[in-house]
Design a protein around this ligand. Sequence first.
Ligand SMILES: *Cc1c(COP(=O)(O)O)cnc(C)c1O
Length: 434
Amino acid sequence: MNHKVGKNMRNFEGTLDFAKKLDLADELKEFKDRFYIQENTIYMDGNSCGLCSKDAEKYVLKALEDWKKYGIDLWSEKDANYFLYQDTLGTIMAPLINADSDEVTVCASTTMNIHSAIATFYHPTKEKNKIIMDDINFPSDKYAVYSQIKIHGYDPDECLKVVKSRDGKYINEDDMIEAMTDDVCLVLLPSVLYRSSQLVDMQKISEAAHEKGIYVGFDLCHSIGSVPHDFKKINPDFAVWCNYKYLNGGPGAIAGLYINKKHFKMQPGLAGWQGNNKETQFDLNQKYDHAEYAGGWLTGTQPILSMAPIEGSLKIFEEAGIDRIREKSLNLTSYLMYLIDTKLAKYSFSYDNPTDDSIRGGHVALVHEDAIRITKAMKENKIIPDFRFPNIIRLAPIALYNSFEDVYEMVERIIKIMEDKEYEKYENSRGIVA
Ligand SMILES: *Cc1c(COP(=O)(O)O)cnc(C)c1O
C-alpha cells in the first residue's frame, strides 16, 4: 500500500485571512478557553502530554477537598464515593471506543496494563506459544511482552514473532495476517503508530486472528481521544491506553484498560484485592473472588488524585463529541500538510504520514535532516513540537485547543527560522527527554 496516495482534497488557501475563516466556522473553537495555554505559545505536543484544562483542575481540587473533609470516609461518603470511581470514569470513557461501560476501567500505567493483559491472555503450550508484534511501535510494549514470555518459562527470542515493517514506517496488515500461523496464540499491535501516524486496520486484523483462534489486543495510546473506535465491530479481546496524551488526564495519569465482556470470567494474571468482587471485598477472605467486569483487573488501591483530572477532561470530550473532534483533527492535519507542501517544501521539509483521512491518526510527522536543531529553534520561538530521533518533528494540532490560526502561525515561525538560519546556532545533539 502506498500511504501517500489518496489525499482527501480540501480547498485550502495560504493566507492568514483564510485560517481565520476556518476558525470562525469551527464548532469547537470555544473549547480552547477551557485550557491553560501559555501566552504566545503554540502547543503541538498534545500527543505526548495533553494540556491541563480548567475542568481537570476543578476535579483535582474537589478530590483534595474531599480528602481534607472526609479522610478515610472519602471512599464511601455519598458526595465523594471514590470507591467505585473507576466505574464512573469507565462509563464516561467507554463511548470513545464504543464499548460497554463495564468493559472499560482505569488502573495502573499502559505498560503495567500490558503486563496484566499478557499475564491474563497468554497461555502458551508446546505447540502454540508465539506472540505477534511489529518492529516500529513504541518499545515499552515489547519490553513488557518479552519479560512476560520469560516469566511464563518460554524463550522470548523464539516466541516473540516480530513482523517487520516493509519500509520502517508503516505496518502492513496483510503481512500480520500471513504471520498468523498455527503456533501463534496472541497478537498485540498499536492502533496508531507513534511516529508515522498510520491508523492500523484493527478490524481486519482482529477478524483474521479470531478466525485462527488467536487472541488480539491493541494499544490505543496514540488514538484514544483523537480517533473514535468502534469496538463493537473491531471486537478485540483486550486493549490498553494512556490517558495523558490526547485525553489530557495529566502527566503520568492512571491508564485505561478494556476487557471484552466475553472474557469477564477469566482470572486476571496479576490479581489484587481491588479486583475482588465488591460485595465480598471487605470480608477480606483469603481466597480471591474475581469481580466479573473490567474492574476485576484492578490490583491495589487506586490513585484518586491521579484519576480526578480525567473526570474533568472526559466531560469535555462528552460535550464536544469524539466525531466532531475527529473531523476537526483531520482538517487541522490536512491544512498543516497543505502548508508544508506549499510553504515549507522549499526549505527541504517533507512529511512521512498517511495523506488519506481513513488511515491517518492525529499528528503530522514533519521530516527534515536538521530536525534536532530546528526543534530547538522552534522551542526558542515558542512552538512546542515533539522530536523523534533522528529526523522527525511530530506536530499534533489538537482539536480541543489548537486553532487553524495556530497552525498558520507555526508555519510562519518555521519559515522565519529557516530564512534567518536561526537553527544553525544550535548543536546537533539531543537532550535526555525525546
Ligand atoms: C505513550 C506510550 C506508552 C507509555 O507507556 P507508560 O506505561 O504510560 O509509560 C506505551 N506504549 C505506547 C505505544 C505509547 O504510545
